[in-house]
Design a protein around this ligand. Structure first.
Ligand code: SAH
Length: 486
């Protein structure tokens, strides 16, 4: 196929990024937004020797698994990758992805996987599940010649210019929304389908404050303007709301006017701002200042309370997090006599969830602020048998084992996507806990790590995928490994 050539393609597979895959005369095409089972017309945008990336031009025959996206911007926004796939199909795809990785990378047989895999747990209502949202603030930008064309009604190739040079600010009204996929152009939308409905009200209140008080939005190109991002957190259990404005300066101008608007919203608990004058992609600043109310909101998972500040890491889908943690707790099989290590513990969410059923829980986390939160969370829950360490899991566990004779009956790990360091797995194997509970956000590295554990005296007992992120291609998995070699 040549570049810009179009073809009719039957989509017969799903790629790792949720794209549809189909073949034209043996040549593989990856087509974003095409759903498995569709027959589509696609245009080749970028061709390699054996495969190419094509753009979906038209759905000719829709797949039985194709649904209408709830959000009008589903294709433009990078946030959701598979909103046009039915939720049942999404779950099947995710369960299949976990199983496929365990088979290909982990080397587990079909029979073994039939025995250990539990059905994926999806959500009853797979929208509005996120308790955290970060909306960029800016101005509408359009291509300058296009704008002229809009006015003269002229379109066509001759109006095309380099986007970089032609982009310019056209509207004096600040907007908020999301970045168009792979760019930093803001597309106005205050109604993200994954966020809570109150986000909309909050965003409108912030925009009103900006307009009425002539507060400027930040402009990435010039580095000027004040308001960069709006962070919103919502406690599903407590209905408490936090708003934190990320600003390009030391003071939030006329903040009392902002407070006046925001306090009208029921549940408003914390209003802060975070100074970030760096010209890079990091959203939050390093610190924050209180403007009104508390510095934090409280939320609950099960009967454990967590205080969450603007900079705390906290799971974004509290409904499914509870499912995940309850499974982790079940897999840990605690009787009250166990020493449990919770590695990569963040703000101690899993540690505290397990503490009431264990003798001792030891959490390890690399981010010092998260450990401060973990200690505080232990205190507000009256939990006294949890101890927390700042440092790399691989270093802290090794040190505590070698130098202080630490022992473990159960080890829980919840690493970032890259999985566990091999040195950490080695220490775990030496410590020989009865059970290892592995919580994973990347089933490829999970499979790699499970293979190592299986080669050193552990057996895969049970594996359950949990859909923490409906409409996206991500899937969380919780696994129980038991020690077989004594
Ligand atoms: N278990 C927590 C957080 C899991 S996210 C929860 O459920 O909320 C993974 C965590 O691992 C992050 O908090 C990250 O800061 C931390 N981390 C990353 N690399 C690490 C390392 N080498 N050692 C310890 N913690 C690490």
């Amino acid at each position: 196929m040549e570049k810009n050539e179009t073809a009719v393609v039957t989509i017969d597979d799903i790629g790792v990024n949720g794209e549809g895959i189909g073949k034209v005369d043996g040549y593989t095409l990856f087509i974003k937004d095409a759903v498995i089972g569709d027959v589509v017309e696609a245009k080749l945008m970028k061709g390699k020797k054996n495969y190419g990336y094509a753009r979906l031009m038209k759905v000719i025959t829709p797949s039985p698994d194709r649904v209408e996206a709830r959000c009008a911007f589903a294709r433009k926004c990078g946030g959701c990758q598979i909103q046009e796939m039915s939720y049942a199909k999404q779950l099947e795809f995710k369960a299949g992805k976990v199983r496929g990785n365990l088979q290909r990378i982990g080397g587990f047989s079909d029979e073994k996987l039939d025995e250990v895999m539990r059905p994926i747990v999806g959500m009853d209502e797979p929208f509005c599940y996120r308790n955290k949202a970060q909306f960029p603030v800016g101005y509408r930008k359009v291509n300058a010649p296009d704008m002229k064309d809009e006015m003269s009604g002229k379109t066509g190739a001759d109006s095309r210019v380099s986007k970089k040079t032609a982009l310019r600010t056209v509207s004096a009204e600040p907007i908020t929304g999301f970045y168009a996929s792979r760019t930093h152009d803001i597309i106005p939308n205050t109604d993200c389908a994954l966020g809570v409905p109150v986000n909309e009200e909050i965003l409108q209140a912030v925009l009103k404050y900006m307009k009425e008080n002539k507060i400027k939005a930040y402009d990435e190109q010039t580095g000027k303007g004040l308001i960069r991002h709006i962070l919103i957190r919502y406690g599903f259990a407590t209905k408490e709301i936090m708003v934190c404005l990320v600003i390009n300066g030391a003071e939030l101008l006329k903040s009392e006017k902002l407070v006046e608007e925001l306090v009208k919203i029921e549940g408003m608990t914390s209003i802060t701002f975070s100074k970030n004058t760096r010209r890079n992609n990091v959203i939050m600043g390093d610190t924050y200042k209180n403007v009104w109310g508390q510095d934090y909101i409280t939320d609950m998972i099960g009967d454990v309370k967590y205080q969450i500040s603007p900079l705390s890491f906290y799971q974004v889908n509290p409904v499914q997090t509870k499912v995940l943690y309850e499974k982790a707790l079940e897999y840990a099989q605690l009787t009250g006599n166990e020493n449990v290590w919770d590695l990569y513990c963040g703000i101690g969410t899993i540690s505290l969830f397990l503490a009431k059923n264990a003798k001792n829980v030891y959490g390890v986390e690399i981010v010092p602020q998260a450990i401060e939160d973990a200690k505080n969370n232990a205190e507000i829950n009256g939990i006294t048998n949890a101890k927390f360490f700042v440092g790399k899991a691989e270093e802290v566990l090794h040190r505590e084992y070698e130098e202080h004779g630490a022992n473990a009956d159960v080890i829980v790990v919840d690493p970032p996507r890259k999985g566990c360091e091999e040195t950490l797995l080695n220490t775990m194997i030496e410590m020989a806990p009865e059970r290892i509970v592995y919580v994973s956000c990347d089933s490829a590295t999970l499979a790699r790590d499970l293979k190592i554990l299986c080669e050193h005296g552990y057996e895969l007992e049970e594996c359950m995928p949990v859909d923490q992120f409906p409409m996206t291609v991500h899937v969380e998995t919780v696994v129980l490994m038991s020690r077989v070699q004594k």
